[in-house]
Design a protein around this ligand. Sequence first.
Ligand SMILES: C=CC1=C(C)c2cc3[nH]c(cc4nc(cc5[nH]c(cc1n2)c(C)c5CCC(=O)O)C(CCC(=O)O)=C4C)c(C)c3C=C
Ligand SMILES: [Fe+2]
Ligand SMILES: [Fe+2]
Length: 339
Amino acid sequence: MSSTISASSSNRGPVGVLITNLGTPDAPTTGALRRYLKQFLSDPRVVEVPRLLWWFILNGIILNVRPSRSAAAYREVWTDEGSPLLLNTRDQAGGLQAALAKTYGDDVVVEFAMRYGSPAIGEGIEALWQRGARRLVVLPLYPQYSGPTTASTFDALAADFQARRWLPETRFISDYHDHPAYIEALADSVRQHWEQHERAQRLQFSYHGEPQSYVDKGDPYYDQCLATSRLVAQALGLADSDWDVSFQSRFGRDPWLQPYTDETLKSLPGQGIRSLQILCPGFSSDCLETVEEIGIENRDYFLEAGGERYEYIPCLNAGPAHIEALRQIVAGNLGGWLP
Ligand SMILES: C=CC1=C(C)c2cc3[nH]c(cc4nc(cc5[nH]c(cc1n2)c(C)c5CCC(=O)O)C(CCC(=O)O)=C4C)c(C)c3C=C
Ligand SMILES: [Fe+2]
Ligand SMILES: [Fe+2]
């Protein structure tokens, strides 16, 4: 009798894992950028300006100016197959599915989705539901928690759930900024770089910025960025003077988290730092903000200011150490669901 009513993993279907990232336009064109930026910059988690005022600024100024400029930047990084962020996230989902299958077989199914653009979060949940999943692990690929990224992803999840009668049981991973496997994957990416290139005078950790006011109001993002950097530096045995942290991608006129990456790189050669290796641990995939902004734009700033050697260390992307870290993060959230 008990066997017919037991809540075993098989009769509740597989566990669904949804990995998510920010999103990307459908094409590197002005029209596609206008649609993408409109959705992105209308999110009150991203821009905390009174709605009516922001509507006029966004529709009257920003969406007339920025889309063509951003489209030109996206064209610099676009591949024959599409946006690097989309391709990397798709490959991460495939890698994670294969890694989890080694332990759990068909009992875990993985999909990916994007907060803005497509595939949308609702499509990802629906795909998992159609595959039989009634329990979900949602893993936003933002190692450091922030309101504009992590909380916004939760909002999208909640918005999808509002339209569902039968909600999947859900676990939401808020951050993994100090997970040992993530730290080790980052440290290993630096070590691998050092095997090919001589160590530079400075290892620079650059994170996407956000307005300082968000942190002042309680967002833990800044502290988590510092903690990740310190842990990686410790794993590499660096002295305090060997590494530093800065924040990139400032948008608008309000003060953002400081120091700014571009100003830092312009000033370093004057302080005697002429060789630099830079990584972006807050980005789980290479994307516009790393390939173009760090790989091209900031390289020029450093070299024009008198720097001699500038090397960008790529993101973890779908590399084996990253997939193993993601596997451990998900597996750590399956307790009580799967043996
Ligand atoms: C306007 C405010 C913005 C906040 C706050 C913000 C926070 C934030 N963003 C990321 C990660 C990414 N952002 C990316 C692109 C991007 N970000 C903003 C603005 C804000 N981000 C804009 C306008 C853009 C689009 C590009 C442009 O026009 O400059 C991306 C890259 C996407 C890609 O397709 O390559 C990522 C990733 C984090 C982690 C974060 C908060 C800490
Ligand atoms: Fe951003
Ligand atoms: Fe940027």
